[in-house]
Design a protein around this ligand. Structure first.
Ligand SMILES: Nc1ncnc2c1ncn2[C@@H]1O[C@H](COP(=O)(O)OP(=O)(O)O)[C@@H](O)[C@H]1O
Ligand SMILES: [Mg+2]
Length: 337
């Protein structure tokens, strides 16, 4: 490319259809001492048609705040202070709440952990799933019921006709998560957000549900933002992987490049922390989080924990730079391949 390194986002790289494009998104929480805490810092992120994009980060990195801000619902008392979230070209942050309510569950669906908490304890699961099709797609009672039954089949719930009449308390955690997925996908949303959705389940159930979620998303050509604290899961599940740290994307790359040749020191540390290979772990222990930080708008947000940090990292914020095709990292001293 003319011998220049390009910074993200690059119009040249984008496939023609981008269902979701987040641009310069800034989300803040008010604090008692006046200056708001910035949870999402001028973040750019695109999710391409049909892809599963993994978003990995430690607890407190901003994953849930980002996920919820996409539909203009940051966790209270947070507020979107700036930026755009374009969905099929429309800025969702400009839409009236009524329009957004129509879109939630129909065009964009979110799956969260604690599935029982998401279900209405007083309604049979058949009714709850069918209601999505009635409200969002205007189906009549009979065809909505038929769609709900098909959906229970699709999420592999045994004896679905009988299960239609069951109530949430009669279901195991894994079954309840399947029901929530059925309700989330019945309208074939173009975009699915999964926020730590399987974290409460045991490992074998988690694997089955991930497999199911992936199959259903692919069949419906839905794109997905798949959020997790477990970088290991993304290796099997995602087409691309992004790392978030303190409200900023630190690295984003296609899966192969991400796992075979990670470039950001933080990614290397994350992968080593999750690795069972002692050779990989050596030299990449996790320094304790430092509290006192200089202005994160000016310096690298990872500087206090970074084994490669030099003085420039405290003076100049690194930009996301494309270091290999479609592989971006935000670092002055990226790890060599
Ligand atoms: N309800 C809240 N009130 C105040 N601050 C919050 C709230 N929710 C999140 N935050 C702030 O936003 C940051 C990101 O939180 P969150 O999005 O929940 O992270 P994650 O989902 O990655 O664990 C937190 O470190 C915290 O400072
Ligand atoms: Mg979270």
């Amino acid at each position: 490319m003319l011998g220049l390194t390009r910074t993200f986002p690059s119009t040249l790289l984008r496939p023609a259809a981008v269902p979701l494009e987040i641009e310069k998104l800034r989300v803040e929480f008010p604090t008692v001492d006046g200056a708001p805490k910035v949870a999402i810092r001028d973040l750019d992120l695109s999710v391409y048609t049909g892809e599963i994009l993994g978003l990995v980060g430690e607890s407190g990195a901003g994953k849930t705040t980002l996920a919820r801000s996409i539909m203009n619902l940051p966790p209270p008392p947070g507020r979107v202070a700036a930026g755009f979230v374009r969905f099929s070209g429309i800025n969702l942050l400009d839409l009236p709440e009524r329009r957004l309510q129509q879109m939630r569950g129909r065009d964009i669906s979110m799956i969260v952990p604690n599935p029982r908490g998401e279900l209405n304890p007083l309604l049979s699961i058949g009714e709850q799933i069918a209601n999505m099709a009635r409200v969002h797609l205007g189906k009549d009672r009979a065809s909505a019921r038929k769609m709900a039954l098909d959906m229970l089949n699709a999420v592999q719930i045994p004896d679905p006709a009988r299960r239609m009449r069951a109530y949430p308390h009669e279901l195991s955690g894994g079954m309840a998560q399947r029901v929530v997925i059925a309700a989330a996908l019945i309208c074939s949303p173009k975009f699915i957000i999964s926020d730590d959705a399987t974290s409460g389940l045991d490992v074998t159930v988690q694997a089955q549900i991930l497999e199911l979620l992936k199959t259903l998303a692919r069949e419906r050509h839905s794109a997905m933002l798949f959020i997790t604290r477990d970088v290991g899961i993304t290796a099997h599940f995602c087409d691309r992987v992004a790392v978030i740290y303190d409200g900023e994307i630190m690295e984003i790359a296609p899966r192969e490049g991400f796992f075979l040749a990670p470039r950001h020191p933080y990614t290397v540390m994350l992968l080593a922390a999750f690795s069972h290979n002692p050779r990989l772990r050596r030299g990449w222990t996790m320094p304790r989080m430092q509290q006192a930080r200089v202005d994160p708008a000016q310096n690298c947000v990872y500087v206090d924990r970074c084994p490669r940090a030099q003085s420039v990292c405290r003076r100049t914020k690194p930009q996301l730079i494309e270091l290999a095709p479609s592989h971006f990292a935000r670092c002055h001293f990226p790890v060599e391949r």
